[in-house]
Design a protein around this ligand. Structure first.
Ligand code: HPA
Length: 275
């Protein structure tokens, strides 16, 4: 067995972070590609490089910053992960539990996950934001594989309400206040780093997916295991492969992210306020 994590392993990271801050964060924010800008709004931030945190992971993606930012956002103390970890970078699924478990141990009660995704549902448009209602992950190991850390949660755990209904309703109310339209749907986890084939997208649509992306589900499963409330938001940065008669373009993903970032930030701000 490659990993034999115990509570102590995660506690070591948590203790380091707690030694750097005065107030424990209540909300964890993990922001996807091009959506990291929100972290600039955090007041009196304490910034910690991932590489300085014992037992943490180090980010390898260019567009991800690799820093924890802790401070006040709209009256709430938050920890914001600017730059997340993905399976396609070379980590094992089992390693991807680390951030959420550490956030649990420093006091977070709720997690907000955002990501860039390709739209599978042809009623969606590029630029739409989708509340994740549920996900499909049929491939690859569970991040919870291996010895269970009993102090954090049970061996076998329920994921029926993983994307907490209460937070989905709260997000809808916040969007209504801003006069924003949100989609709601099912996120399909694709391991990447290649985008999908058109045949894979057709298969995912048949299985009931509305959007596809390469992140979020490992964090969601970890949050469900340790009993954290969870909200997932996907930005449709492009139509998924084969929906349009054109290739999927990584530049379009970043450009859409930048174009919609302002609205996305406004929505997140409203949600944080309301939490
Ligand atoms: N597929 C997978 N991940 C993505 C996509 C996509 O089309 N767009 C943004 N992230």
């Amino acid at each position: 067995m490659k990993y034999n994590f115990t509570l102590d392993y995660f506690q070591k990271s948590a203790d380091y972070i707690l030694s750097k801050i005065d107030e424990k964060p209540e909300i964890a924010l993990i922001l996807g590609s091009a959506l990291g800008g929100l972290s600039e709004e955090i007041e009196n931030p304490v910034v910690i490089d991932y590489k300085d945190i014992p037992n943490f992971l180090v980010s390898t993606v260019k567009s991800h910053a690799g820093k924890l930012i802790i401070g006040k956002l709209h009256g709430k103390t938050v920890v914001c992960m600017s730059g997340r970890f993905h399976y396609y970078e070379g980590y094992d699924f089992e390693q991807l539990v680390i951030p959420i478990r550490v956030f649990k141990l420093i006091g977070c009660k709720a997690t907000i996950l955002t990501n860039a995704a390709g739209a599978i549902n042809t009623d969606f448009n590029v630029g739409d934001i989708m509340i994740i209602k549920d996900h499909i992950k049929l491939m690859g190991a569970s991040p919870l594989r291996g010895p269970n850390v009993e102090e954090l949660g049970p061996r076998f755990f329920d994921v029926t309400d993983m994307y907490t209904k209460e937070l989905r309703e709260l997000a809808k109310n916040c969007a209504a206040k801003l006069d924003m339209k949100l989609q709601e749907g099912v996120y399909y986890y694709h391991m990447g780093p290649n985008f999908e084939t058109p045949a894979e997208i057709r298969a995912m649509r048949t299985l009931g997916a509305d959007a596809v992306g390469m992140s979020t589900v490992t964090e969601a499963l970890t949050a469900a295991h340790c009993g954290m409330k969870l909200l997932g938001l996907s930005l449709m940065t492009n139509m998924a492969a084969g929906v349009l008669d054109q290739p999927v373009d990584g530049d379009e993903v970043s450009e859409t992210g930048e174009r919609v970032a302002k609205d996305f930030r406004a929505l997140l701000a409203e949600i944080v306020k309301a939490l």
